[in-house]
Write a protein that binds this ligand. Structure first.
Ligand code: PAF
Length: 286
């Protein structure tokens, strides 16, 4: 696996692969990779002949006071994991390479409606930063397909929308969330948790699963159901950001008639913000 740092080198390597008739898959990341990322790369490797991954901690998607500076940079370990998972080329640019003219005047891509509410409410500008960097990376790599984790459900919806709305000929694949044995969704941010917090964190997925089970059993009073679980989460020390039941397709607040649902949660443990979600289609068996 080659690692390149400039757009010029990236384009040359991708052009060589294309010249050999290969289909290109792409997995954008911010590094500090875990088995969830490896699953994205492995999925791409199953589907195409040449897998490109990127590692770039994108300042444009971090708000003031977020963890941009302390976000772990672990390039050597990440390279090993990528190689093992079947990656052929790593693009690891600097901030200057991605934003040579600075960020203030950078053209932005914004996806209204889907970016509003949920994580968009507590992280203003976040999805514009994600949509902008993903659009840039897509234009640099020009992949046939790209793989993203379903753990960032709203992000995946935003990316599907931008690819559709901007007519990009890229297939977007959502990969199921990889979980620890106790249900906690794998995330680079789990590394910020101390032992006590790590023991509390699986309560998020427990709540999501219990809410899903209650809905399957016929509960349709969503405000009451959510309020009960919000109290439970707060009781174990998970500070509330949001807990919501939404329409899985358009992310609008779910009505009692909606059949395709997603339950989404974000909560703080100390300074660490964790998110998770559970997709629930009432027309398919559990
Ligand atoms: O999900 C992430 O790691 C990031 O938001 C992404 C998609 C790589 C864009 O910076």
């Amino acid at each position: 696996m080659n690692t390149v740092k400039t757009v010029l080198e990236l384009r040359a390597a991708v052009a060589r692969a294309r010249g050999e008739g290969k289909r290109i898959g792409f997995v954008p990341t911010m590094g500090n990779l875990h088995s969830g990322h490896a699953a994205l790369v492995a999925k791409a490797a199953q589907r195409v002949d040449f897998v490109v991954a990127s590692i770039f901690v994108n300042p444009l998607q971090f708000g003031a006071g977020e963890d941009l500076d302390k976000y772990p940079r672990t390039l050597a370990a990440d390279q090993e994991k990528l190689l093992e998972a079947g990656c052929h080329l790593l693009f690891a640019p600097t901030v200057e390479e991605m934003y040579p003219d600075g960020m203030a005047g950078q053209t932005r891509v914004s996806v209204p409606q889907l970016s509003e509410g949920l994580c968009g409410a507590s992280r203003p500008g976040h999805f514009e930063g994600v949509a902008t960097v993903v659009s840039k990376l897509f234009n640099m790599v020009q992949p046939d397909l790209a793989v993203f984790g379903q753990k960032d459900y709203q992000q995946l919806a935003v990316i599907r929308a931008l690819v559709h709305d901007l007519n990009m000929p890229i297939q977007i694949i959502g990969e199921p969330t990889v979980r620890a044995a106790d249900g906690l969704a794998l995330s680079s941010r789990n590394g910020y948790l101390n032992e006590e917090q790590r023991a509390i964190a699986p309560a998020l997925y427990r709540s999501l699963s219990q809410i899903a089970a209650a809905i399957r059993d016929g509960e349709r009073d969503y405000p009451k159901l959510l309020a009960e679980h919000q109290l439970q989460l707060e009781a174990v020390g998970l500070r509330h950001d949001y807990l919501e039941i939404r329409n899985a397709r358009n992310l609008r607040p779910a009505t009692a008639d909606d059949r395709d649902l997603v339950i989404l949660v974000a909560a703080f443990l100390g300074a660490t913000r964790l998110i998770d979600n559970l997709h629930l289609n009432l027309d398919t068996p559990a």
